[in-house]
Structure formats: C-alpha cells, structure tokens
Design a protein around this ligand. Structure first.
Ligand SMILES: [Zn+2]
Length: 481
C-alpha cells in the first residue's frame, strides 16, 4: 500500500480587541439587537468615507511582533469583490499585495519532540462581514434568512502560514501556541467557540515518492483545535482511500460537521483572481514611522514563553508552569501574589489546587481569579505564622472566593484562630491520654505510629483548632514519663 505525506497550511481570522469598528465609530461588542451597531459607513451607503481606526493598526503590529514578523512600514488597503448578502458594500476592504506584517514564524514540536519552525507568510488587516440569521435550525431547513450587520466591519487580522505542518498534531500544537500568544499580546480574546478566532485548514496528500504537492482541500467550520485535529484525521483517511483507488481529489472547500465527525463538500474553491482585487481608493496608505513602532513595541505585554521561563526560574515545576501560563488569569494572579511577597511555590500549589477546584466547581467564566490577592496574601501569612492551620485556611479561601470579605473577619467569625497556647492544650492532651490506654500502651511499647491517632483525638477535642505540631510535641513529652 502506498504511504502518503500530509501537507498542512493554516489560515486564522482573529477579531481585534477594539472598542469600535475598523472604519467608523460603531461599537464592536457582540450580543446587541440585530442592526443596532450600524451606520452609513459600515452599511456602505453612498457618499460616505471610511476613516481607519488607529488602534487596529497598533493591534495588527502587536500580532506581528508576537509572531516574529517583519513589520511593513508601508502597507495599503485593497477591495476584494464578491457578492453575498452579509457584505453590504459588495466588496471587503482587506490588504492584498502589501500586508502589514510578513515573514514570521512560531516554533512547535515535531513528532519526535524536536523544535520545528513553522513559517508565517503574512498578517493583514481587514473588515469582517455581517451575519445571516436563518429562520430554521440550519440553512437547509430554513425558509428565509435575515442579515445582521452588527459584525460588518469589525476589525480582523488574517494570519496565513506556509504549508509547513505535516500532521494533525502539529496543526493543533501550532494553533494552540498562536492562540496563547495573541491572547497574551492583548490582540484578541481568541474565543474559538464564539468565533473571535477562526481557523481554516488547507490540506493535501501526496505519495511518499512524489515531489509535487497534491490537490489542496480547504476545511472550514472548525470551532476548536480539537475539531481542527479531528477534521485533519478524517481528511487524511478520506483522501488516502480515494488515492488508493486512483480517484482524483477535487479542489474544494469542505465543511466540518462536529456531530457526524465528517467533512462534506461546500463549494469548489475560488482562486484569488476571481475576486478582482484593486486598490481601495478611499483610504490613504498606512505608514508606520520609527516613533510609532517604538511606542507599540514598548507597550507590548509579556509573551507566554517569557513568562514560562520566569516561572521555571522561580523553581515552579514544568507541568505546573504550563498549567499556570495556559490561563492568563491564573498567571496574572500568580504575579500579583508574588508581588505581595508570597512564596512562589506556595502560590502555585494553591492556584492549581484549591483555587482551580473552586473555579471548576463554580462553572462560571472568569476574566480574573475572583479572590482578592491582598486577602490571599494575608491568609498565606496566617498559615505561615501558624496563626491558623491549613484546613481552616482552605475554608477561609472558600469564603473569600467571589466575595469582598476580609480574611481576618472570616478567621475571627469562624473562630479559626489556632490554639498555640501550651496551657490551653495541656488539659486536652491529658484527657486524651487518660481515655485511650491501648494506643498509649502501644506507643510506650515501641509502636510510635500510634501517636497519630492520639494527635487526631486532641484535634477532635479542640474542633480542629489546635496547632497540630504543638499537640504532637506535648503528647510525646507526656508519654515519655
Ligand atoms: Zn458603522
């Protein structure tokens, strides 16, 4: 049987995190009533002129810096002409021959675990189209559709890679690495399930002994990197079966169906010349001078790899570092707690333990960890100074989660202050020794482990508030006699 090599290139569309649209002052936030965030400019009415949103350029440059690109000091906009009801102007303003960023790359791991460079051909700025709302559950079952232009002219960057990936694993790894970089760079909120990051796959197969690339198929409607992975696996199977039988691969766009786990043909693929690109006459070219570029670079947030290196240097384990950095709100909380003087390892332990558990249990979405870092730092200080024990601290954390309560108040109200007063504990110790002759005899007979039971009894008698280390000490002293 012939073996086939897979070649994959990816195309991303990321919605930029701006307050307003690319050429007008309509707001970009989603969820508004249909056609309420529109104006003559984004509806393409005659006689109006677009004005480029400066922030769009800044975020596109940030994307370029985050993805190791060359930043074009001179770029321009073009019109891409096609008709579809979600495109009110009849053309999309985009960048064609002169994009804002070129020649980037990201490093991923290949199958053998070695670093592999995946080149990024270009990043360009463009406007999004509107949305069609269908009357039925899906397009085929609906009798009519209504356009909603709220999303029309929301700014996007399109990011196009070279066909440098050769497996579903590499494509997923690249996608996740890119997503995290754009998130840290503050370019986009990159939520694939909401469409603020979209990923299309170009895939072709060729026999092992063939130099020339096979016929390219484009895959769309991929709402997660898991879908990207599954769709590629499906296509590899489908295309190799066709090639085995000597049947041709059709150059086309195929839609991924999450429910059936299959791709199906949507349309034959257009070539660039079908769009009749021409220069956008209503916009001046985008010129980025040294000063502006320096300002954008200077404003660049810390990228995930830099943060990872910093955490590893603090002694945080590799797996833990990976977990903290993969969620920016965890890593921001880590930084705040550290700034407040908390021990990094202790913070990591709490973040990935109780805090992650509480986040999961709440089931809600958080932009930030809903625990005040100052209160958290105070709590850790109380544990460290043995003013409260670990179990109490966990309860205090639960009370702090999602509230603006003060840790000191919770500790006082719940009576968590640990009993570290020897005279107060001595009575309980004496009582436990008197009430448990067997474990006491065991201990004296050399079975040292039975002290654990006795410590437990004292803790129980003090409702968990005793300083356990001190209890053990007092018991040992009493039992020596
Ligand atoms: Zn508008």
């Amino acid at each position: 049987m012939t073996k086939y090599l897979t070649t994959i290139g990816l195309e991303f569309h990321a919605e930029l995190k701006t307050r307003t649209k690319i050429f007008c002052s309509c707001p970009t936030d989603a969820g508004a009533e249909p056609n309420t965030h529109v104006c003559p400019v984004c509806l393409g009415l005659p006689g109006v002129l677009p004005v480029l949103n400066r922030r769009v350029v800044e975020l596109a440059v940030r994307a370029g810096l985050a993805l190791n690109c060359d930043i074009s000091r001179y770029s321009k906009f073009d019109r891409k002409n096609y008709f579809y009801p979600d495109l009110p102007k009849g053309y999309q303003v985009t960048q064609f021959p002169l994009p804002i960023c070129r020649n980037g790359y990201l490093t991923i791991k290949d199958a053998a675990g070695n670093p592999k460079k995946v080149r990024i051909n270009r990043i360009h700025m463009e406007e999004d189209a509107g949305k069609l709302v269908h009357s039925g559950d899906n397009l085929s079952g609906s009798t009519f559709s209504m356009p909603d232009y709220n999303r029309a002219a929301v700014p996007l960057v399109e990011i196009v890679t070279e066909p440098d990936m050769s497996s579903a694993e590499e494509a997923r790894d690249f996608g996740e690495t890119l997503r995290l970089r754009l998130l840290y760079a503050g370019v986009s909120d990159v939520r694939m399930e909401r469409g603020s990051l979209r990923c299309d796959v170009n895939i072709s197969l060729r026999p092992e002994d063939q130099e020339e690339l096979g016929v390219k198929v484009e895959l769309k409607n991929l709402n997660s990197f898991r879908a990207v992975y599954r769709a590629i696996k499906f296509e590899e199977e489908r295309q190799s079966l066709l090639l085995d039988k000597g049947l041709p691969i059709v150059q086309e766009t195929r839609l991924w169906d999450e429910a059936t786990g299959e791709t199906r043909s949507m349309r034959s693929k257009e070539d660039a010349h079908d769009y009749r690109y021409f220069p956008e006459p209503d916009l001046v070219p985008v010129v980025i001078d040294d000063e502006w570029l320096a300002a954008i670079s200077g404003d660049m947030p810390e990228l995930p790899e830099v943060k990872k290196a910093r955490l590893l240097a603090l002694g945080i384990g590799e797996k833990e570092t990976e977990q903290i950095v993969s969620e920016p709100y965890l890593s921001r909380f880590f930084d705040r707690a550290q700034e407040l003087g908390c021990d990094p390892l202790t913070v990591s332990h709490w973040l990935l333990g109780d805090i992650s558990r509480l986040l999961n249990e709440s089931g809600a979405e958080f932009e930030e960890v809903p625990v005040d870092a100052d209160q958290f730092a105070y709590l850790l200080g109380q544990v460290e100074s043995k003013a409260i024990n670990l179990n109490s601290a966990r309860t205090v954390l639960e009370d702090l989660f999602g509230t603006d309560k003060k840790a000191a108040d919770i500790i006082r109200e719940r009576g968590f202050a640990q009993i570290s007063d020897t005279s107060a504990l001595q009575a309980a110790v004496d009582q436990v020794i008197a009430a448990n002759p067997k474990p006491v005899a065991d201990y004296k007979g050399g079975k040292k482990a039975s002290i654990g039971f006795l410590v437990g009894q004292v803790m129980k008698a003090t409702r968990g508030q005793a300083n356990a280390a001190l209890v053990k000490e007092l018991l040992e002293k009493a039992l020596e006699n």
